[in-house]
Design a protein around this ligand. Structure first.
Ligand SMILES: [Zn+2]
Length: 205
C-alpha cells in the first residue's frame, strides 16, 4: 500500500522521542523538567494507538465471509460506530460516528469486522472525505454487494479548538455505491433506518 511507510524507513523509538522533546521546546517548555521527563515516551506509545491503522490491512479484516444467509437480501446497517481519527492537515483529533451499510448479494461479513474496517482507516492521518470513500470502496471490492453506503459525522478539533474556533460544528460525508446511489427507494429506506431512534434509546423511553 502506497500509504504504508516502508518499515526500513521507520525512525527508531529514540528518534521519535527526541522529536517530541523538540516539540515540547517549540511549545515553550523544558523537556528536562520533572513533569515532562516521561512525556516523550508516553506520546510515542500513544502514537502507536492513534496510528495503529497503518498496521491493519482492511482487506484482510474482511477476508472471512459467510454465504449461509438463507437468502437474506435486505440492508445490513451498523450504526453509530464511534471512531477517533486524526486530521492530516493539523494532526488534531477527528471524533465521530460512522454508519456502514451494504446490501448483500450472496455473502455477508461478521458485523464486528465492519467496525474494524472503520478503525483500520480511522487510525491514520486522514481527511474525512477520503476515509468515507476508503471504507465504502473496500467493502464494495471485497463483498461485491448490490450496494454500499457509508455516512460519517464527526467533529474536527482543528476547527473547534483552533483556527476559526467553531465548537458545535460537525462535518457529514457520505459515499453511496450501487443500489444506494441508483435506486431512490433503497436510498430512502437507508435514510429512514438512519433517522430512526436506536433500539436502546427506544427501550430507555
Ligand atoms: Zn485539520
Amino acid at each position: 500500500m502506497a500509504e504504508t511507510l516502508n518499515k526500513t524507513n521507520k525512525p527508531s523509538r529514540a528518534e521519535a522521542e527526541e522529536a517530541v522533546r523538540v516539540l515540547l521546546r517549540w511549545a515553550g517548555d523544558d523537556p528536562d523538567r520533572e513533569g515532562l521527563l516521561d512525556t516523550p515516551g508516553r506520546v510515542t506509545r500513544a502514537y502507536e494507538q492513534y496510528f495503529g491503522g497503518y498496521d491493519i490491512d482492511p482487506y484482510a479484516v474482511l477476508n472471512r465471509t459467510f454465504s449461509e444467509t438463507e437468502g437474506y437480501d435486505e440492508i445490513v446497517l451498523l450504526r453509530d460506530i464511534r471512531f477517533e481519527s486524526c486530521c492530516e492537515h493539523h494532526m488534531a483529533p477527528i471524533i465521530g460516528r460512522a454508519h456502514v451499510a451494504y446490501l448483500p448479494r450472496s455473502r455477508v461479513v461478521g458485523i464486528s469486522k465492519l467496525a474494524r474496517v472503520v478503525d483500520a482507516y480511522a487510525r491514520r492521518l486522514q481527511i474525512q472525505e477520503k476515509m468515507t470513500s476508503q471504507i465504502a470502496n473496500t467493502l464494495d471490492e471485497v463483498l461485491q454487494p448490490h450496494g454500499v453506503a457509508v455516512v460519517i459525522e464527526a467533529t474536527h478539533q482543528c476547527m473547534t479548538t483552533r483556527g476559526v474556533h467553531k465548537p458545535g460544528t460537525s462535518l457529514v460525508t457520505s459515499r453511496m455505491l450501487g443500489a444506494f446511489r441508483d435506486n431512490p427507494a433503497t436510498r430512502r429506506e437507508l435514510m429512514a433506518m438512519l433517522q430512526r431512534p436506536g433500539i436502546g434509546a427506544a427501550a430507555e423511553g
